[in-house]
Design a binder for this molecule. Structure first.
Ligand code: NAP
Length: 365
């Protein structure tokens, strides 16, 4: 079967480069279109990116001569492209919302990393291990917005919540409802894109503020755990979250210190670790190519998870936990870690797109 033709918007940036790396040998997707701003448009990818390539290894050879398209130029989109991954960082959220739907209106599926449409109530915000059923909202999105049958927008949530939400969901699902979650994230420089890695002010420094991040960290889990009602995703009030988000001088890898209280039924430490070690989300049944064999890894050593040792677990798609212990003010305290540009951005979006293919929203041919 021919592969599905895809494009990458924002292909020159941090997340865009991560897509280029992850998709180079993808079994289902064939990247045929690169797009970015008018500054990069018309230029060869190697010329634009060679001095700012941020991934390990070389730029994949097959993409060196790709000519970058302006994201607003629809005429030069190659034939038969079905899906766009968007790694754009546009200034204005309102225009980003509309811009993403301009691709859907042309009949393209779009999976976005931007926060612009995360709170649009007919746009699913998907972590495939948690809410694969939210893809069903796409039917209402297409009907109400009069989109072509192949066009729609889905989004990926914020990178910081990836470091623990699947772990909390697995406890909730195993019959241990949570009441309170207090989280302090320690977020890598690459979380702010290419400009974050090169910002001299952030090196050897800790910045106790990331604009908008605490609000996203407190609210996005509630949409992901929400229910579809009358063509909209209604946010859950399943537990309370309080978040503090801090930038730390690490290149890739968001850590999170998470303190939790359960409603009433409190699992033992052994039970929690067993739930994580045996976690098998429904989405495993689809055998998606980018799905980790084990989504949650628990490290027993007292000094793990560590960014250097654990961030690339399962090709950067695992969530690694450690240091589960009782806490004076909460039932438990844990530390989680995930790769922000892989699980938290491009890798997570590719996994979502694979789910959309399996569910028939994106078709071959
Ligand atoms: P980035 O490194 O700054 O890259 C931004 C990309 O957007 C570049 O390709 C740039 O193209 C393009 N762009 C910027 N302004 C544009 C314009 N006016 N018109 C067309 N293209 C424009 O940012 P990033 O870290 O990759 O983030 C991309 C998106 O993913 C953001 O929405 C971010 O919030 C989200 N995200 C990032 C992470 C992470 O870990 N970094 C995680 C989750 C989500 P030019 O090079 O041509 O200017």
């Amino acid at each position: 079967m021919n592969k599905i033709k895809v494009g990458i918007l924002g292909v020159t940036g941090m997340v865009g480069q991560s897509y280029v790396k992850l998709l180079q040998n993808h079994p289902w997707f064939d990247v045929v279109d690169f797009a970015a701003s008018s500054n990069s448009a018309g230029k060869m990818y190697s010329k634009v990116v060679s001095k700012k390539w941020l991934m390990d290894g070389e730029i994949p050879k097959k993409y060196l001569n790709f000519i970058i398209r302006d994201i607003h130029n629809f005429e030069d989109i190659p034939n038969d492209v079905k899906l766009f991954f968007s790694a754009l960082d546009l200034k204005n959220k309102e225009s980003t919302r509309n811009f993403e739907f301009s691709y859907a209106k042309k009949g393209y599926a779009l999976v976005s990393n931007s926060s612009a449409n995360r709170w649009t109530d007919d746009v699913p915000m998907i972590i495939p291990e948690i809410n694969p059923h939210h893809t069903e909202i796409i039917f209402s999105q297409q009907q109400i917005r009069k989109l072509p049958s192949t066009g729609f927008v889905t989004v990926k949530p914020n990178c910081s919540i990836q470091s623990y939400l699947i772990g909390l969901f697995s406890l909730q699902k195993s019959g241990y409802p949570l009441k309170d979650v207090q989280v302090t994230t320690l977020q890598a420089l690459s979380g702010a894109g290419a400009k974050g890695i090169t910002n001299p002010e952030w090196h050897k420094n800790i910045i106790p503020f990331i604009k908008g991040e605490e609000e996203k960290t407190e609210q996005e889990p509630l949409k992901i755990l929400g229910k579809i009602q009358s063509g909209k995703i209604k946010k859950s009030n399943i537990f309370n979250i309080s978040a503090t988000c801090i930038r730390v001088p690490v290149i890739h890898g968001h850590s999170a210190v998470v303190q939790i209280n359960f409603e009433s039924n409190i699992p033992s430490k052994e039970e929690i670790i067993k739930i994580w070690n045996t976690f098998k989300p429904d989405v495993y049944e689809f055998n998606l190519p980018s799905a980790p064999k084990k989504t949650i890894i628990y490290r027993k050593e007292s000094d793990r998870p560590q960014v250097k040792a654990d961030v690339n677990n399962q090709n950067g798609m695992a969530i690694t936990f450690g240091r589960l212990k009782n806490d004076k003010f909460f039932d438990y305290k844990i530390i989680g870690l995930s790769h922000n540009t892989i699980r938290g951005a491009a890798g997570g979006a590719i996994l979502t797109a694979e789910l959309l293919v399996k569910k028939g929203f994106i078709k071959y041919g």
